[in-house]
Design a protein around this ligand. Structure first.
Ligand SMILES: [Zn+2]
Length: 666
């Protein structure tokens, strides 16, 4: 059963600061194969990779070297002691008059603020452990932790007694954010339900060739990341994604022309992923969106693009394995120079020797052997690695991101975390994506906890798991001096959750869902929380009320900028995606005779992926049944003849609407 998140009505709230845009760098690979789709630059060399691509690896965004102005500070009022002397006296907040009294046990607004500052009272999870006290947020940063009542910048602040635990916002170091419009209703590995041997899986699946699948505890699983992308069902979902985001290559022939231009919904897709994380307390996400769009702001921070609200992006990513030699050489150079401080690369995803040997390749595919095995590099997955690989990683200072739910869904097993811990590797935890993986980082924490207890023998404490999504994750991103802890001077990215009986905040985190997330702040901006807390956010632009599994919340999506879709409310985003899903689902199959002969697993469609132009634009006359189309934005061969009808993989038997909800309540 699935529940959507329903916008109820709009209210006024602050949004995160707007961000200037600088283009990211690096190429984006098209999942169908082999072409660089965007400009490559110094970071991936000046040629494009021709690598075989796993669709888990459709993006390869690079870091940027361009520092942005710290625009968040522009919105911060001057709260120096001299100015605060002129503030009006503190006014007790009257929740009955305001109609915003908290539910029993919920956070209370004790004092209305007059400045862009907040004192959150509760059990604060500091790096040294939990303490009772206050966190003072001024502008985008944490100004005080502990006893803040008399702090110079506390005058005029809102005072909120959370009656709950105050944690640093969670950090997701690995997600494919443009896939977050999908979930298990859209695709899960299509393998035989049960098996007694590996041979059963091969015999029972179109996609398992030469014992490519393994029988794990009676269920068939793949062995490495090159296998499942061959599924037709997966390919169709990928077609939808490529179409909707307006990918310059890899869009299916039936994709409407508007998605080749201003009509794409990539902005909304990325925002959906950010909001999906935000409501689960995630304030930073490595989402691999490729070249960043201007419309991407900070709901949760898309931390690996320049619009992350931090004013700097020193993160470079590679979802391919192996990247091209020039890309690897570029990453080595950037790590050496410090232009890149965190290089996140998929490697070792799977359970067989093919996956394991990626470690050997990682150490040898660059011009200088081993130049990527160094501090700053973090391997995503490492599922097939053992003590030898982990020992080499630890010796070189290489870190690890662990995605157990996705791994187990695909391969029946996950990374040997006890071995990685024994080697002394810093480990972060992240969901990977929703299809077989977790809906959000809270779900992933629960999955990791259960797997640890059942398969690892309980080697991870609740505190260890908390560290994996906060401090350890910040270290993987080389951002520990900006995010990932409640410390004075760090960004005010905060999460407030219910304290469960027993009062242990780490145990409480493992029990949390969006329902008992009471408040999330990103850069000091309250963006999500219990409905009655919406009063703490500024009046404009409007925020929305939503329902998360029968728990009423406020959610602020719009930003105070009218351009680049930055002013979209949550209903705007949801409606744009819903309309797009409906449109693609409704694309008709036409008479197969119009296509001539299609294969048995294909259907006939009208070609709509590119604009039709005047026939005179094509160098040679198009024949009957052909259209003259604009195949490329520029260049000598931008116009060409194309068949009016085209065979495409079967899509009429699978519909993708409705969009995967921000939270599932089942
Ligand atoms: Zn991945």
């Amino acid at each position: 059963m699935r529940y959507g998140v329903t916008a109820v009505w709009a209210l006024a709230v602050l949004a995160a600061a707007s961000c200037a845009n600088t283009s990211g760098s690096g190429g984006t690979r098209d999942a169908s194969g082999d072409t660089c789709t965007t400009d490559c630059d110094v970071e991936c060399g000046d040629e494009c990779d021709l690598d075989v691509v796993s669709p888990d690896a459709v993006d390869d965004s690079g870091s940027t070297d361009v520092a942005l102005p710290d625009i968040v500070d522009d919105d911060v009022p001057d709260t120096s002691p001299a100015d605060t002397n002129t503030d009006p006296p503190d006014v007790p907040y009257d929740c009955e008059a305001e109609g915003t009294c908290p539910p029993v046990g919920g956070a209370e607004i004790l004092q209305e603020g007059t400045a862009n500052a907040y004192r959150l009272r509760g059990l604060i999870v500091t790096p040294e452990g939990p303490i009772n006290g206050e966190v003072l947020v001024v502008g985008d940063s944490i100004a005080c932790v502990g006893d803040c009542e008399g702090h110079a910048q506390a005058a005029g602040s809102w005072l909120i007694d959370t009656h709950a635990a105050i944690l640093p916002g969670l950090i997701d170091t690995h997600n494919h954010i443009l896939f977050d419009i999908f979930d298990n209703d859209d695709w899960v590995p299509t393998l035989p339900e049960s098996c007694a041997s590996d041979a059963d899986c091969t015999a029972g699946s179109t996609y398992c060739k030469s014992n490519a699948c393994a029988c794990v505890e009676g269920r068939c699983r793949y062995r490495n990341h090159d296998q499942w992308p061959k599924e037709d069902e997966y390919a169709l979902m990928l077609d939808y994604k490529q179409c909707l985001e307006g990918a310059s290559q890899g869009r299916p022939d039936w994709c409407p022309t508007k998605y080749d231009g201003d009509g794409d919904v990539k902005c909304e897709m990325q925002k959906w992923g950010e909001l999906k994380g935000l409501i689960a307390g995630t304030t930073s996400i490595v989402g691999l969106p490729g070249t960043a769009s201007k419309c991407v702001g900070s709901h949760a921070r898309s931390i690996d693009v320049s619009q992350n609200g931090l004013g700097v992006d020193d993160i470079q990513t590679s979802a391919l394995f192996p990247p091209s030699k020039s890309s690897g050489d570029g990453a080595c150079k950037n790590l050496e120079s410090g232009d890149t401080k965190a290089y996140l690369i998929h490697a070792g995803e799977g359970v067989d020797e093919t996956a394991r040997s990626e470690f050997d390749t990682l150490a040898s595919f660059t011009t200088t052997d081993g130049c990527l095995l160094r501090k700053g590099t973090a391997i995503t997955h490492g599922t097939a690695f053992g003590p030898a690989e982990f020992g080499a990683m630890a010796a070189a200072g290489v870190q690890l991101t662990w995605s157990p739910a996705s791994n187990v869904a695909l391969y029946g097993s996950t990374t040997d975390i006890p071995a990685a811990l024994a080697a002394g590797i810093n480990i972060s935890l992240a969901p990977d994506w929703s299809m077989g993986g977790s809906q959000n980082l809270l779900d992933e924490l629960r999955f990791a906890h259960a797997w640890d207890q059942n398969a690892f023998g309980d080697v991870l404490t609740a505190r260890d798991l908390f560290d994996m999504v906060t401090a350890n994750a910040a270290q993987v991103l080389a951002l520990e001096d900006r995010i990932g802890a409640i410390k004075v001077g760090l960004a005010a990215d905060l999460l407030v959750i219910d304290l469960e009986p027993g009062g242990d905040p780490y145990d409480s985190l493992l029990l949390s869902t969006p329902t008992n997330v009471r408040l999330v702040m990103v850069g000091g901006a309250p963006l999500f929380g219990d409905k009655h807390l919406r009063a703490i956010a500024p009046e404009s632009p409007a925020c929305d009320f939503i329902d998360t599994c029968n728990s009423p919340k406020f959610l602020c999506a719009a930003q105070p900028v009218a351009s680049d879709k930055l002013d979209q409310s949550f209903p705007d985003i949801e409606a744009a995606l819903a309309t797009a899903f409906d449109e693609l689902d409704a694309i008709p199959v036409v008479d197969p005779l119009l296509c001539g002969t299609c294969k048995t697993d294909e259907e006939c469609f009208k070609f709509t992926a590119k604009p039709v132009v005047d026939p005179g634009q094509c160098a040679t006359p198009c024949t009957g049944g052909q259209l003259c189309i604009q195949a490329a934005k520029s260049g000598a061969n931008q116009f060409k003849c194309e068949s009016e009808y085209t065979c495409s993989p079967r899509k009429s038997q699978k519909y993708f609407a409705p969009i995967a909800p921000l939270v599932r309540c089942d």
